[in-house]
Write a protein that binds this ligand. Structure first.
Ligand code: G3I
Length: 461
C-alpha cells in the first residue's frame, strides 16, 4: 500500500498545483540583490580587485551576467594551464583562454593568468617524456615565452609558479624541481618578465594563508629572490579554506609579505563545509568570508581577493572532497548566499539585509489540469505540500497547519502526519529530510472534507 501511495505522490507532485496555494517563509531571504551595488564597484572604491575563476564555455546567460557584473577580474580556472593550451606537442589550443580574455576586455575586467609552471595538469607528452636537464629547461622557457607573449599587455598578473612547496616548507618534488633544481623558480620568473615586463609576476600556493612552516618557506624564498634582483612582484595565497578555520594570523601574514616589498593576492578563495548546508553553517561561512576580505582590506599591498568559482554549481570541491561543498558565495541556482552579503559588507557596502536564506512551504489541493481531475471529490481530496529552499537549506523539516472547516487527514505519503483536533503536523520521512539550497521536497496526503475546503496557512518549523 505504501509503495503505491509513494508512487502516486511522486506522480501527483509532478502535476500542476491547485489555485489555493499558501506559502510560509521560514526566514527572510537574500535572494534579490539586483539593486545592491555590484561587488566590483565596492572593491574598486577601496582600490581592490575582486575576481573569480571562470570556465569559458559558461560565460553566457546568468553565469555570464554575474561574472561580468560583479567581478573586476577573471582567472581562467583551467584554460591557461599547459595541458589545456598544448595538449599535443607543438599543437596549441588557445580557444578557451582567448575567449576569457575577450570577455574580460568587453567587461572592463583584469585577467589573472593561471598558471605557467605547475606539477599538475601538464600534457602527457611532457610528463611521460624523458628529458635531459637542458631539454627540460628549454621546454619550460619556450612554454613560458610562447604563452606570456601571446597575452602580452593584456594580463594584469601571472601565477608564474604554482604550489612549489611541501607542507613542511621543503621544496615539492616535481618534474621541475627534480629536473632543474630549486632555481627553476627564478628562471621561470625571469623568462616571464622578459616576455611581458608589465605583468605582475606571482608565486602562488595553498596552506600559506597563516604564519606556518610553509608560508615561512615562501617568505624566505621571496626575500632571497628580491635580494637577487629576480623579478617577483607578489605572492598568491590560494585560500582553499574549511568552514570556521580562517587562520588567525592571516592579516599578520599578508603584512609580513607586504613588508618585503611585494603585493599579496588571495587568489583562489573558497570555504567548504560538510553537506548539507544549513543556515548555521552558511552564517559561519559568511563570517569566514568577511574575515578574509577584512584582512585584505586592512593591508594596502593586498591587491584583492579572487574566489575559485562564484557559484556552487561550478566548484571543484564536491569532486575532490566527497560530502563537502557549498563553498562559494552563490548557490547552484545563482542565488547569493549570506557570504555574498558578507563580502559586500567587508568592501564597505551598506544595503545588504541580514545573512539568512529562505525556505518556504506551499500547500495546495492537487489538480490535474490535463485530465479534468480536480483533486477533490464529494467527500475527500488529495493535497500536497512542497518545501523549497533558496539561499538556505534544511536537514529536517516539520510543516504545521490548522484546518478551518473540519477537514481531516486520512493518509499521507513521503511524510509522517498527525492530526489533533484541527491541528496537523507533518514531519519528513527518513529519506527526505534534506532540502538543499535550490532544491525542494514534496509530500502528499488524502483528507476528508464537507461543506467547504479552504486552504490553510502553513508554517515551516
Ligand atoms: O575537461 C574534462 C572533461 O572533458 C572530462 O569529461 C572530465 C572528466 O573528469 O574532466 C574534465 O577535466 C577536469 C577539469 O578540471 C575541467 O573541469 C579534470 O578532470 C579535473 O581534474 C580538473 O580539475 C581542476 C583542478 O584544478 C586540477 O587539479 C579544477 O577544475 C580546477 O578548479 C583546479 O584548480 C586548482 C588550481 O589550478 C590550483 N590550486 C588548486 C585548485 C583546486 O584544485
Amino acid at each position: 500500500m505504501r509503495t503505491s501511495r509513494t508512487s502516486l505522490g511522486k506522480r501527483l507532485s509532478a502535476l500542476c498545483t491547485g489555485a489555493a496555494a499558501v506559502a510560509a517563509l521560514l526566514a527572510a531571504g537574500t535572494t534579490a540583490h539586483a539593486a545592491d551595488t555590484p561587488l566590483r564597484d565596492l572593491a574598486a572604491a577601496k582600490g581592490k580587485v575582486i575576481g573569480t575563476a571562470v570556465t569559458g564555455s559558461k560565460l553566457t546567460g546568468t553565469y555570464g551576467d554575474i561574472a561580468g557584473g560583479q567581478f573586476n577580474s577573471l582567472t581562467p580556472g583551467n584554460a591557461m594551464k599547459w595541458g589545456s593550451v598544448e595538449p599535443t606537442r607543438g599543437s596549441f589550443d588557445w580557444s578557451e583562454a582567448d575567449q576569457i580574455v575577450a570577455f574580460a576586455q568587453a567587461h572592463n575586467q583584469q585577467v589573472r593568468g593561471h598558471t605557467l609552471v605547475w606539477h599538475s595538469q601538464n600534457p602527457s607528452w611532457l610528463t611521460n617524456g624523458t628529458w635531459t636537464q637542458a631539454q627540460l629547461s628549454s621546454l619550460l622557457q619556450d612554454h613560458i615565452t610562447t604563452e606570456v607573449t601571446r597575452y602580452k599587455g593584456k594580463l594584469a598578473a601571472w601565477d608564474v609558479v604554482n604550489e612549489p612547496f611541501n607542507e613542511d616548507g621543503t621544496y615539492r618534488s616535481t618534474l621541475w624541481y627534480d629536473g632543474l633544481g630549486a632555481d627553476y623558480i627564478a628562471q621561470a620568473l625571469t623568462w616571464a618578465h622578459a616576455a611581458d615586463p608589465s605583468a605582475k609576476l606571482y608565486i602562488n600556493d595553498y596552506n600559506v594563508e597563516g604564519v606556518n612552516a610553509k608560508s615561512t618557506a615562501l617568505y624566505n624564498l621571496v626575500k632571497s629572490l628580491k635580494a637577487r634582483g629576480v623579478p617577483i612582484d607578489g605572492v598568491g595565497l590560494q585560500a582553499h579554506l574549511i568552514l570556521g578555520q580562517v587562520p588567525g594570523t592571516l592579516q599578520q601574514n599578508i603584512q609580513r609579505f607586504a613588508d618585503l616589498g611585494v603585493d599579496v593576492a588571495v587568489t583562489e578563495l573558497d570555504i567548504r563545509m560538510q553537506l548539507p548546508a544549513d543556515s548555521t553553517k552558511l552564517a559561519q561561512q559568511a563570517a569566514d568570508y568577511k574575515a578574509v576580505f577584512d584582512a585584505c582590506v586592512a593591508v594596502t599591498r593586498c591587491a584583492g581577493v579572487t574566489v575559485w568559482g562564484f557559484t556552487d554549481s561550478d566548484s571543484w570541491i564536491p569532486d575532490v572532497f566527497p560530502g563537502y561543498g557549498a563553498a562559494t558565495p552563490y548557490d547552484e541556482n545563482y542565488a547569493p548566499k549570506p557570504a555574498y552579503s558578507a563580502i559586500a559588507t567587508a568592501l564597505g557596502g551598506t544595503s545588504t539585509p541580514p545573512p539568512t536564506g529562505a525556505c518556504a512551504a506551499t500547500y495546495s489541493v492537487t489538480s490535474q489540469w490535463n485530465t479534468g481531475f480536480t483533486g477533490q471529490w464529494n467527500t475527500g481530496f488529495t493535497g500536497q505540500v512542497t518545501i523549497a529552499c533558496s539561499g538556505a537549506a534544511l536537514s529536517s523539516w516539520k510543516v504545521n497547519w490548522t484546518y478551518g472547516a473540519g477537514q481531516r487527514i486520512t493518509q499521507a505519503w513521503n511524510a509522517t502526519c498527525t492530526q489533533t483536533g484541527a491541528g496537523v503536523s507533518c514531519s519528513n520521512a527518513s529519506y527526505n529530510g534534506t532540502v538543499p539550497s535550490g532544491g525542494s521536497v514534496t509530500f502528499g496526503f488524502n483528507a476528508s472534507w464537507s461543506g467547504s475546503n479552504p486552504a490553510p496557512t502553513v508554517s515551516l518549523g
